[in-house]
Design a protein around this ligand. Structure first.
Ligand SMILES: Nc1ncnc2c1ncn2[C@@H]1O[C@H](COP(=O)(O)OP(=O)(O)O)[C@@H](O)[C@H]1O
Ligand SMILES: [Mg+2]
Length: 155
């Protein structure tokens, strides 16, 4: 487990960008954290590092937004609206095994669809400071352990 603290929106985007340089086709990133924690902000940085020029907007109502103009496709998902189930109808397996990187906000609502390996990042607000966030990285599987080791060096 690796932890890292950021103190600004830009620093959060930088963490996303560093990960954007390390992901491969089929990478799966799970983002946990309350509303306003910075999950979408992180994803914006990741998208930038992939070379995606479009504005990354929260997929709260669409559930999934696909961006295909970067180094590899980005599948950005926010499955908060599936808190009462229904994730089995989204065909998530095809995204997770696809040629892009999947970034999932609120992954706890599709837990039955999780692949064997993934990187889970939990973003915690630090009460004393509006702009401070603690990130906790929990890699599952060798590929993601390697990714986090490289990230720790890059940050
Ligand atoms: N260190 C930080 N990391 C991420 N976001 C931050 C940080 N400090 C302030 N913010 C602000 O908090 C909000 C996070 O919103 P968003 O990324 O949409 O969260 P979520 O997707 O988790 O609901 C943004 O308005 C962002 O500018
Ligand atoms: Mg969001």
């Amino acid at each position: 487990m690796f932890q890292y603290t950021v103190t600004s929106d830009a620093a959060m985007q930088n963490v996303g960008a560093k990960i954007g340089q390390l992901v491969e086709p089929g990478s799966v990133i799970f983002l946990k954290g309350d509303l306003g924690a910075g999950k979408t902000t992180f994803t914006k940085g990741l998208a930038t590092a992939l070379g995606i020029q479009q504005y990354v907007k929260s997929p709260t109502f669409t559930l999934i937004r696909e961006y295909t103009s970067g180094r590899i496709p980005l599948y950005h998902m926010d499955v908060y609206r599936l808190e009462n189930g229904g994730g089995d109808e989204l065909g998530l397996e095809e995204y997770f095994n696809g040629t892009g990187v999947s970034v999932v906000e609120w992954p706890q609502f599709i837990e039955s669809e999780w692949p064997a390996d993934y990187l889970q990042i939990t973003i915690n607000k630090v009460a004393a400071d509006d702009n401070q966030r603690q990130l906790v990285f929990k890699p599952q599987g060798q590929q993601y352990e390697n990714l986090v080791a490289q990230l720790a060096v890059a940050l």
